[in-house]
Write a protein that binds this ligand. Sequence first.
Ligand code: 2XW
Length: 134
Amino acid sequence: SLACYLSGKLDVEPGECIKVKGKILSDAKGFAVNVGKDSSTLMLHFNPRFDCHGDVNTIVCNSKEDGAWGEEDRKADFPFQHGDKIEICISFDATEVKVKLPEAEFEFPNRMGMEKIQYLAVEGDFKVKAIKFS
Ligand SMILES: C=CCO[C@@H]1O[C@H](CO)[C@@H](O[C@@H]2O[C@H](CO)[C@H](O)[C@H](OCc3cn(-c4n[nH]c(N)n4)nn3)[C@H]2O)[C@H](O)[C@H]1NC(C)=O
């Protein structure tokens, strides 16, 4: 599956929003939206799993520090279905990162106290249609 990376550095500040619009593949096993400093240091790995790594219909969130995964946080809600067209809004402040969907919102601690997001990558069974910063 295609991972879409933005080359160069972003500079998303607290309170600003990253909007990722796209379509979940009809046979999706899972996808991930990663934000942070670079691929080895992630504030948030937001990983909805339809059926992968032994998880079914579970959102797994985690951070990554210098290449090492942190403690996983599995969410109770799973507001996704195969083939859905969705818009995910990611914003953060000093203490947490928020993932807003039309009908659901998830929080995850800003474990490293990251002060800006310079990296965004989407991977897995998700077709990116648009990325907006506001
Ligand atoms: C029960 C056995 C040991 O625990 C398992 O350990 C796995 C390996 O660490 C955990 O899976 C990783 O969980 C990470 C988040 O904590 C990441 O989701 C990691 O995948 C990273 C990844 C996927 N991809 C990707 N690129 N394109 C696609 N389709 N996938 N690129 N990087 C997954 O391989 C998996 O979540 C974890 N399961 C549990 C229940 O803890």
